[in-house]
Design a protein around this ligand. Structure first.
Ligand code: NI
Length: 159
């Protein structure tokens, strides 16, 4: 496993659309492991492959609960329900936080890392994370959909 280089604000790759994964092969497994390690290093809740410079439809999410990291390949949001204002940040926009409107619930379909097609009904933070990361796969970043006037810069804590 390896920490991959994070693509940050201003990098044009963040505006590009990712491509479907045809086969969940060894290369994709390595990408997934590296993405999880990179997400953990930067204390992120989610990471899309484009953020490490790979235009493939791969997402990892970790809510730091009992479920551990979740891997979603070729995710599709089938349904959304409700909406609410939530605080959001992104590893590609360090130290920036803002409010965005996200669905309260989503139903999504995805392929897991064993290659099985799965369906998840997600609420709250998991729903938010899935929406945020699927946006990345479409070349969209949260900063373009924030509620005006809510952007805050937060200095990182020094250890
Ligand atoms: Ni992000």
């Amino acid at each position: 496993m390896a920490i991959r280089h994070l693509r940050l604000e201003g990098d044009d790759i963040l505006k590009k659309k990712s491509r479907e994964v045809d086969v969940v092969d060894e290369k994709i497994q390595i990408l997934i492991d590296d993405m999880i390690e990179t997400m953990h290093k930067y204390n992120g809740v989610g990471l899309a492959a484009v953020q490490v410079g790979v235009l493939k439809k791969v997402i990892v999410i970790d809510l730091y609960d009992d479920n551990g990291p979740i891997v979603l390949i070729n995710p599709v949001i089938l349904k959304t329900k409700g909406e609410h204002e939530v605080d959001e940040g992104c590893l590609s926009f360090p130290n920036q936080f803002a409010k965005v409107v996200r669905p309260e619930e989503v139903v999504a379909e995805y392929t897991d890392r064993e290659g099985k097609r799965m369906r998840v009904k997600a609420k709250e933070l998991l729903a938010q994370a899935i929406c945020h990361e699927v946006d990345h796969l479409n070349g969209e970043v949260f900063i373009d959909k924030i509620i005006p006037g809510t952007l805050e810069y937060v200095e990182p804590e020094k250890n």
